[in-house]
Design a protein around this ligand. Structure first.
Ligand SMILES: O=C[C@H](O)COP(=O)(O)O
Length: 254
C-alpha cells in the first residue's frame, strides 16, 4: 500500500531559531503517525542536521533537502551534492520544483540527472511536475505533465521508479491561494497514475505516492487528501504555521 505523505516545503523562509521552534511545536502535538503515513520537512541546507536530529526519535517523521546538484562532485562552487546530503543522513530530496525550473532554468534533462544521482545514493526524489496557467487554459495539462515524466523519469527501470515520489503542483495554484478543485486534483492524479501504469503496469503505478501541491491549507486538506489518487500534499505557506501543518498531517488518509 502506498504511503500517505505530508511534506512541508519551507522554501527560503524562517531563521534557524524559528525553524527549530516550528519543528518542536509540531512534534509537541504528538500526532499519531500510522505505518502507512510519513511526515517530511524540506528545510534549507543549513538547518538539515539540526532538523534531522530533532526528529531522530520520532516515528514517521523525516527530513528532506529542497534541491541538490546535478553533478556528483568537483569544482562547482556553492553547489551541494547528493553524496554530501546522504552523508548527513538525508533520505529525501525535492527535485524539479517549479520555482527551480522557472528561476534557475532547470530542464527535464537536468532533472533526470538529479533523479539518477539520488537513486544511486538510496535517496527518494520527490519529483515535482505541473503546468502553468497558460497551458491549462489551452487544456494542454495532460500532455505537459506526461512529457515531464517521460523526459525525467521514464528511463528508470521498475525497481527504480518504485522509489520515486511524485508531486503534482499546478503552478497557477502555488502561493496564489487558488487551489485546484478536488475534481481537478483527482483528474490529474488519476491521469498521472494512468501514464505510470501504461509504462510500468498497474501494480507498480498503484504503489507510487502522488502528492498534491498548490495552496493546500488546514481547511482544504481533508477534502483534497480524500481523493483516491491523492496521497497527501507538498505544502508551502501553510507548513510555516505549526497549527496549520498539524491539521494538514491529521488530514492524511490512514
Ligand atoms: O512546495 C510547495 C508548493 O509550491 C505549494 O506552495 P503553497 O502551499 O505555498 O501554494
Amino acid at each position: 500500500m502506498r504511503k500517505q505523505i505530508a511534506a512541508a516545503n519551507w522554501k527560503m523562509n524562517l531563521t534557524y531559531q524559528l525553524g527549530e521552534k516550528l519543528l518542536n511545536d509540531i512534534l509537541e502535538a504528538e500526532i499519531a503517525i500510522s505505518d502507512n503515513q510519513q511526515v517530511i520537512f524540506a528545510v534549507p541546507f543549513p538547518y538539515l542536521i539540526m532538523a534531522k536530529s530533532t526528529v531522530a526519535h520520532e516515528k514517521g517523521y523525516d527530513i528532506a533537502a529542497q534541491n541538490c546538484s546535478d553533478k556528483k562532485n568537483g569544482a562547482y562552487t556553492g553547489e551541494v551534492s547528493v553524496e554530501m546530503l546522504q552523508s548527513v543522513g538525508i533520505k529525501y530530496i525535492i527535485i524539479g520544483h517549479s520555482e527551480r525550473r522557472e528561476y534557475f532554468f532547470e530542464t527535464n534533462k537536468t532533472l533526470a540527472d538529479k533523479v539518477n544521482i539520488c537513486l544511486e545514493n538510496d535517496i527518494t526524489p520527490i519529483f515535482c511536475c505541473g503546468e502553468a496557467l497558460s497551458v491549462r487554459e489551452k487544456n494542454g495539462q495532460n500532455d505537459y505533465v506526461q512529457k515531464q515524466l517521460e523526459e525525467s523519469l521514464f528511463h528508470l527501470d521498475q525497481d527504480k521508479i518504485i522509489n520515486v515520489v511524485i508531486a503534482y503542483e499546478p503552478i497557477w495554484a502555488i502561493g496564489t491561494g487558488k487551489t485546484a478543485s478536488t475534481q481537478q486534483a483527482q483528474e490529474m492524479h488519476q491521469y498521472l497514475r494512468s501514464v505510470l501504469a501504461n509504462k510500468y503496469g498497474h501494480e507498480i503505478a498503484d504503489q507510487i505516492s502522488i502528492l498534491y501541491g498548490g495552496s493546500v491549507k488546514a481547511n482544504n486538506a481533508s477534502e483534497l487528501f480524500s481523493c483516491p489518487d491523492v496521497d497527501g500534499g507538498l505544502v508551502g505557506g501553510a507548513s510555516l504555521v505549526a497549527q496549520d501543518f498539524i491539521q494538514i498531517i491529521k488530514a492524511l488518509k490512514q
